[in-house]
Design a protein around this ligand. Sequence first.
Ligand code: UDP
Length: 333
Amino acid sequence: MNNTLIVTGCAGFIGGTFTFKALSMGYKVIGVDSFINSNPSTVNKIAQKFPEKFIFIEEDLAKSTNQLKQSINGIDFDAVIHFAGLKAVGESEHEPLKYWENNLISSTNLLSLMNAHKVKKFIFSSSATVYGDSTVQPILESNNIQSTSAYGSTKIAIEQLLKDCARAGLVDVISLRYFNPVGAHQEMIIHEDPYDMPNNLMPRIIRVALNLDKKLHIFGDDYDTRDGTGERDYIHIDDLVEGHFKAIEYVKNLKGFEAFNLGTGQSVTVKEIITCFEEVNGIPISHEYADRRSGDVAKCFADPSKASDLLGWSTRKSLEDMCLDSWRAVKKI
Ligand code: UDP
């Protein structure tokens, strides 16, 4: 073990925040990103802060791993943390082939590369979307798996690929099923980009706070939920990232495949998060009701007890922290 990690998708919101924290903790990171759905500014900030411990490779792993192969020639690495992937649910419904090609092929390419280097430890960024429209809430890892979008199908397929490889003894895998990550880490260097036409709720709220959009559209007020709007399990990025470090420890002694929910266990409606944001930041968020968004589920929140019992992980940050930090990070731009 020489504390070296390969991190794919290191320019993204989650991969970038993880990379920043990993480097702060003393890990060396070989970061890879294609910038297909991210931009170089995050990588530049990380490289400036950690010039000695961070190697960056610009490569689309679905197309080639040549540059990554060359860069790791002679370097020992302990594990791969695979964040990279296309993630826009709506787009995936219109361009399923793009999603299958990008998300699946990059994963098989990475696994082949690990296999050639005899490295087995793999942490995968999965998603609560693998549970589809579950009638059972909160959701345990043993819940049925079902797809509600092409994006979700690729997450399910990659988990299956990883289970097959783990059964054959090629890899030991932790799949982390993220609920709804928001907020920004303490240094506020990396955050979601509200200018990048996001689809998720928090960056959409931020766009209204920045006056980039006049109003937030709330997609549906007639769901079978507390107040008719969608219920989700929002989790602070710091807590989410911390789950990865716990997973890195746990996977050292793991043989096979394990999935863990990373969520708080609390459900929050769209209306509740808007009210919280308005209160803690003192900014009104104009909104109006719109039709339900196709593919949305009414409720999705975690039972995080498996991560608590086996990884020794639990969330610390409140919804207030999430709303404060999401805004503070962007305000600084
Ligand atoms: N949502 C909304 N307006 C928006 C974006 C999202 O009302 O502009 C709602 C969405 O319908 C869902 C919740 O906010 O109930 C979370 O949506 P997000 O896309 O952030 O996460 P996901 O649906 O993937 O869990």
